[in-house]
Write a protein that binds this ligand. Structure first.
Ligand code: CA2
Length: 156
């Protein structure tokens, strides 16, 4: 049987990671984060689908496509976090456990970054911990979706 899938969705400008503003977003590239997510998820028995787009509609399409197919999703919606009702609606319609991630601490930055339009659709939000936040989000989804087997793995 194939492993359950966690969809990791990344929004606008995150393809630039590693090239600029390392003091805010860290030195890793998005490819580095993808590699770390795949390894971490595999150790927990999950497959990863890892996506990035600068276009809001692509993100909506991927979230819609996860319904009834993926076990859960991790989302760093980038700046769409602070603007997009379309992403909120897509997440609500997907009816999947979702964990919101931000590399930076959005609450310590510009006031317009303090509000997340998608937070209502997320089980939780991890921000300010850099790329480690993606791995923590995968941990959370493993516990949410497979509480029994995850506990057994922890106790082993
Ligand atoms: O902290 C995060 O992960 C953010 O989602 C990143 C977004 C920002 O708009 C959110 O408020 C918080 C921006 C991503 C831009 O990434 C860049 C990376 C390198 C160079 C330029 C932009």
């Amino acid at each position: 049987m194939s492993a359950p899938i966690i969809l990791v969705v990344n929004g606008p400008n995150l393809n630039m990671l590693g090239s600029r503003q390392p003091e805010i977003y860290g030195a890793e590239t998005l490819a580095d984060i993808e590699t770390a997510c795949r390894a971490h998820a595999a150790a927990l028995g999950f497959d990863i689908e890892f996506r990035q787009s600068n276009h809001e509609g692509d993100l909506v399409d991927w979230i819609q496509g996860a319904r009834n197919r993926c076990a859960g999703l991790v989302i760093n919606a980038g700046a769409y976090t602070h603007t997009s009702i379309a992403l909120l609606d897509a997440l609500l319609a997907a009816e999947l456990p979702a964990v919101e991630v931000h590399l930076s601490n959005i609450h310590g930055r510009d006031p317009f970054r303090h509000t997340s339009f998608i937070a209502k659709a997320a089980r939780g939000m991890i921000c300010g911990l850099g790329s480690h936040g993606y791995l923590l989000a995968i941990d959370a989804l493993a516990r949410i979706t497979q509480p029994h087997s995850t506990k057994k793995a922890r106790d082993a």
